[in-house]
Design a protein around this ligand. Structure first.
Ligand code: 5GP
Ligand code: 5GP
Ligand code: 5GP
Length: 208
C-alpha cells in the first residue's frame, strides 16, 4: 500500500461556540440527536503550513467510513456536533472534515486516530471550564479579547487564535478558538502563524 505522505507543519484545532454560530447570519439546526450542550464544540483539526497556507482534499480515495469510528460515535455526537441545516446526524460534517482536512494528515493519523485525537484535545483544552473560572461566561455580556487570550494562555500554556463573527445587531462575538497542535495531534504548541481573527477589542460571549 502506498502511503500518501502529505507534509504539513502543525494543526489548528478549531472549536466553535454554538451560540455564535446560531445567532449569526446563517441560522443553525440542531443535530438529530438533540440540542448540543452549552459548550464549545469541535469544528475540526486542520493541517497547516507555518507560512499560513494549507493543503486540503489530499486523498479522494480515502472516504469517511463511519464503521471506523463506531466506538467513538457517542462522543462525536456530544463533542463534535453539527449545527448546519437541515438537521442531520453529523455524518455529513465528519465526512467533510475528514475528506477536506483529515486526508491531509494521513501520514500521521488514520481515520480512527484523527477523530480520537480531536476528542482528546477537546478534553485536554477544557476551555469553557477555564473561561468560566475566570469569570468569562456565555451570558451575552462583553469581554476584553485580551482577557480571553490571557485566560487561555494561563490554562493551556499557549496563546490561542480567536475568531469572531457578528450577530444580527452587528455585535462582534466570540465564534471560534484556534489552538495550535503538533503534527502528532497530541500536544499544544505555540502557533507558528495566527489565523485572521476579525475580533473587536471587546466581544460578546453569547448565550446558547
Ligand atoms: P472561512 O472562509 O470561513 O474562514 O473558512 C472556510 C473554510 O476554509 C474553513 O471551514 C476551513 O475548512 C478552511 N480554512 C479557513 N482557514 C483555514 C486555515 O487557516 N487552515 C486550514 N487548514 N483551513 C482553513
Ligand atoms: P483569506 O483571504 O482569509 O486568507 O482566505 C480566504 C479564503 O481563501 C479562505 O477561506 C480559503 O477558502 C481560501 N484560501 C486562502 N489561503 C488558502 C490556502 O493556502 N489553501 C487553500 N486551499 N485555500 C486557501
Ligand atoms: P470547513 O470547510 O470550514 O472545515 O467546514 C465548514 C463546512 O462544514 C461548511 O460546508 C458547513 O456547511 C459544514 N458544517 C456542518 N456543520 C457545521 C458546524 O456545526 N459548524 C460549521 N462551521 N460548519 C459546519
Amino acid at each position: 500500500l502506498q502511503s500518501v505522505a502529505q507534509d504539513f507543519d502543525f494543526f489548528y484545532f478549531v472549536l466553535q461556540w454554538p451560540g455564535a454560530y446560531c445567532d449569526s447570519r446563517h441560522s443553525c439546526c440542531y443535530p438529530k440527536t438533540g440540542k448540543p450542550a452549552a459548550d464549545f464544540g469541535i469544528h475540526g483539526l486542520w493541517p497547516n503550513y507555518k507560512t499560513g497556507g494549507w493543503p486540503q482534499n489530499c486523498n479522494p480515495d480515502s472516504q469517511f467510513d463511519d464503521l471506523r469510528v463506531s466506538d467513538l460515535m457517542s462522543n462525536l455526537q456530544r463533542e463534535w456536533p453539527t449545527l448546519s441545516c437541515p438537521s442531520n446526524d453529523g455524518m455529513k460534517f465528519w465526512t467533510h472534515e475528514w475528506e477536506k482536512h483529515g486526508t491531509c494528515a494521513e501520514s500521521e493519523l488514520d481515520q480512527h486516530d484523527y477523530f480520537e485525537a480531536g476528542l482528546k484535545l477537546k478534553q485536554k483544552a477544557n476551555l469553557l471550564h477555564s473561561l468560566t473560572n475566570a469569570g468569562i461566561k456565555p451570558d451575552d455580556k462583553f469581554y476584553e479579547i485580551k482577557d480571553i487570550e490571557s485566560t487561555i494562555k494561563k490554562s493551556i500554556g499557549f496563546s490561542p487564535g480567536l475568531e469572531c463573527n457578528k450577530d444580527s445587531s452587528h455585535n462582534s462575538q466570540l465564534y471560534q478558538i484556534y489552538l495550535c497542535v503538533d503534527t502528532s495531534a497530541s500536544n499544544f504548541i505555540n502557533c507558528p502563524v495566527m489565523p485572521h481573527g476579525r475580533c473587536d477589542s471587546r466581544v460578546q460571549f453569547p448565550k446558547f
